[in-house]
Each structure stands twice: as C-alpha cells, then as structure tokens.
Design a protein around this ligand. Sequence first.
Ligand code: AKG
Length: 252
Amino acid sequence: MVAHPGQVERVWLASRKQIEMTLAEDLPEGFRLFRGALSPAGQRALLVGIENVMLSAPLFQPCMPRTGKPFSVQMTNCGPLGWVSDKERGYRYQDRHPQTALPWPPMPDLLLELWRNYAKASGLPEACLINIYPAGARMGSHRDMDEKEPRAPVLSVSLGDDAVFHIGGLERSDPKVRVELRSGDVCLLGGPSRFAYHGIDRILPGTSVLIPGGGRINLTLRRVTAFSQAEAQAVPEERLPSSARRRSRPLS
Ligand SMILES: O=C(O)CCC(=O)C(=O)O
C-alpha cells in the first residue's frame, strides 16, 4: 500500500503518547529530551536520507583552529549552510562543501518535520550538521556560538549506538548533568540552555543495530542567520529574553 504523506508522517514520528518526555528537575532550564521521538521506521527512513546526503556531500575530517588537531568525529552537512572547521580559517558556516566546493544537499523532509514538531521556533533551520561517531569517538565540551539567532534552539537527533551526553551551564566549570541519548531520541537546547556547555563523553558500542557496522550519527539542526522582522514577530513569548517580552498594550 502506498501511504499518502499524512500516513507516512504518523508512521515515522512516534505519537505524543509514546514519547517519554524527560523533564527531570536537574536538567538545565530550556533543555528538553524527547525519548523515542522517531519510531524505528522513522529512524530507518532518516538513515536512508542521510546516506543519500553523504553520496553528494562526502564525509570530511574537521580540524581544530590553529593547532590543526583532527576531531575524532567525521562530518558533513545538509541544508543551505554547513558548519566546517579547519586549521587556517577556524569554525564557520559556509554554503559549499570544503572539498567538492558544491552546495550542500537539501535536508530530508523528515528533519524539517521534526523541527516543526519539536523546535516550535519561527523560521526554518538553515544547517544540519551531521556528526559520525565510530566507537571510541567523543566530542569535547563546547558551546554552539557560531549562529547569529539566539532565539532559535538547536535541535539534535540521535541514530545508532547510545551515547553519554553531558550538559552544564554557561561556564565550563559549571556542574554537568549526564544523560544517555539513544537511537530515535530528539533533544532541544533552547532558552537558557541554548548556549550551555555540552558534549559527548563516549559511545556505547553494540547498543543498536540500526547502522550496519555500528556507531552513532548525530544530526543538529541550526538556524544560522538572524530572523527577518516577520520571523522575529512570530517568536513564542517564552523564547524572548525577559527584557524583550512583548507588552499587551503600549506603554503610555
Ligand atoms: O552528538 C551529539 O549529541 C552532540 C553534538 C554536538 O554537540 C554538536 O554538534 O555541537
């Protein structure tokens, strides 16, 4: 049977009732974890979409600015912009793949659907950074600071093996909370947690059979440029810093 788009969507996205939403009190404000947001069929469909992206935007090995030390993850991107890093020019977004010089391929529709469902942000994401973690890879604690729109959250989707993720505060020395991210989980760094330190301590090999050969893929959807005036008007009240909250009537 060929499903029409509405049916496909219901199969791919777990229903709200199936999602175990973690709202533990010790999670930083604004950080949300939606366990199992993507059904097993949705995970397989997304994996196929990402494999297609990698055919036209091959994986590359980013390097630290200045030292040139290679990351332990490989990366690629989809969407209008992609995040890259190299020794000479450092962290940045650009509209071309660093090796092929071709534009990044478009984001699979399913990612945009997840953004609409969970980010609850105005505007669209402009970059999806794809991180590939073999067993033994990690990502050091860092803040996502290269984007120009603080009102947009970062939405993260996990596929494959479980990972130990940590998130802290705005200072590197702030206490950290650790959560296991599993295949199909979606999490959101928004509000006060948008610029919190976070990273991946380790991958737990053999915990998923989704990716042939094992390993983990993480996708982060990001808004890179500042909202247009119309997009800014549509930002939900809770995403505004308190100084910018709208008033119901103008002050006289
Ligand atoms: O792999 C993850 O879950 C985190 C990825 C991350 O921190 C990033 O891409 O900035």
